[in-house]
Design a protein around this ligand. Sequence first.
Ligand SMILES: [Zn+2]
Length: 370
Amino acid sequence: MASVARLGGLVLIAALVVGEPVSAQSGPPDRTEGRRIEARRRPPGTNHIGRAFEFVPVAEGVWQAVGTGTMGVGSNAAIIVNETDVLVVDSHTSPAAAWVLLDELRRITPKPVRYAVTTHFHYDHAHGNQIYGPEVEIIGHEFTREMMASGASRRGPAYDGFVSFVAARIAELRRQVDTTADPKRRAEARGQLLRYEQQRIADRAVVPTPPTLTLDDRLTLVRGGREIQILFAGRGHTGGDVVVYLPKEKILVTGDLLQPRLPYLGDGFAADWIETLGRLEALDVTAFIPGHGAWFSDRSVIGRLQAFLRDFLAQGTAAHRAGLPVPEAVRRMDFRAHLAGYPQLADTADTYDRLTIGLTRLYQTLERRP
Ligand SMILES: [Zn+2]
């Protein structure tokens, strides 16, 4: 199934169409064309009011696509427009969101998307992949392919939390629509209700679609005058996060490895993550495009996350050694030193849940459980 190819001295493993993007069972005789048409068909859950994305320019031909809030899109995407084609980093939370991104992309370029990088397997970055036809190479780490192929993007506390959050929002917004007298507020609640109802419909249409071209170290694309490096710098937020580096433009697309806010810890490798961030710090970068939050130039964001992870690892390891069960350990942990950088660590139920998921994961890695 996998073949090894060499491109410019770089070894990459091409996994040949692992899981076809979209079924072609009932297509016309020309199966390739049939698949393409199928892949372009509007998926369920795309209804929304106004524009779904804002395209924020970062450099010539490089954009951050940020959801406006009229549609549930999950993560940001990064758009890299090359001489003849386009590379998109991450595909959002559903085929509907990915489809609308492609539709709105025409505002900034008429060129076709030929590459779609999946930074990691999480649903909010990878669940739009099925929208791409066979003319698009979906690129990701070998680990990401394995996780998506085994259904991991639809399991675990992050995905389960998302599904129950959407259900709770729908129930609450329905209540607001029924009980709010003020016409303006009721219209707002209706708009948000549409968003979450559509998001639930869109999620139910997801067929997890793993990368079709995988790497385990690095892969370089040269497209016209642009060099695009897809790098695995080590385990971190998951076991297979890749970053996209433009050395000439000094831009790094970081997925969830590095964000202005505290990333999700539930699939992480805290000890490796600290070192991986150190390797990213060695790159010449003036603009970071994260999977969540606005793009930034402030390099201290790297040290801030490393400092938190070191502390989290130290406190968590000590609690594990002392034999403390996770709930008790979380109650004793103290991250007030990091509050200025991460206000979401304030003493709330949400923080408690976040740390519980993170510490459960740390215990797993300390006990070498998968
Ligand atoms: Zn993630």
